[in-house]
Design a protein around this ligand. Structure first.
Ligand SMILES: [Zn+2]
Length: 66
């Protein structure tokens, strides 16, 4: 989770794609080998608002709406 958006990791690379990638969102985050974000600004633009999550007292995230 980053900036209220959720990402899914590409298993073959260090690139995390927006969880709405399959809906056409092109936003992605690339990490270097140290886990530092090396993202370009044009790669981080979502065409949708961030999903609403609620964090429970145990630290879990619950999705409120899609
Ligand atoms: Zn997105």
């Amino acid at each position: 989770m980053l900036n209220d958006y959720t990402y899914a990791k590409n298993p073959k690379s260090h690139i995390y794609y927006c969880s709405k990638k399959n809906k056409g969102c092109k936003a992605r985050v690339k990490l270097d080998r140290n886990g530092i974000i090396i993202n370009k600004a044009e790669d981080s633009t979502h065409f949708h608002p961030p999903p609403k999550y609620y964090q429970t007292s145990s630290g879990e995230y619950i999705k409120l709406s899609s």
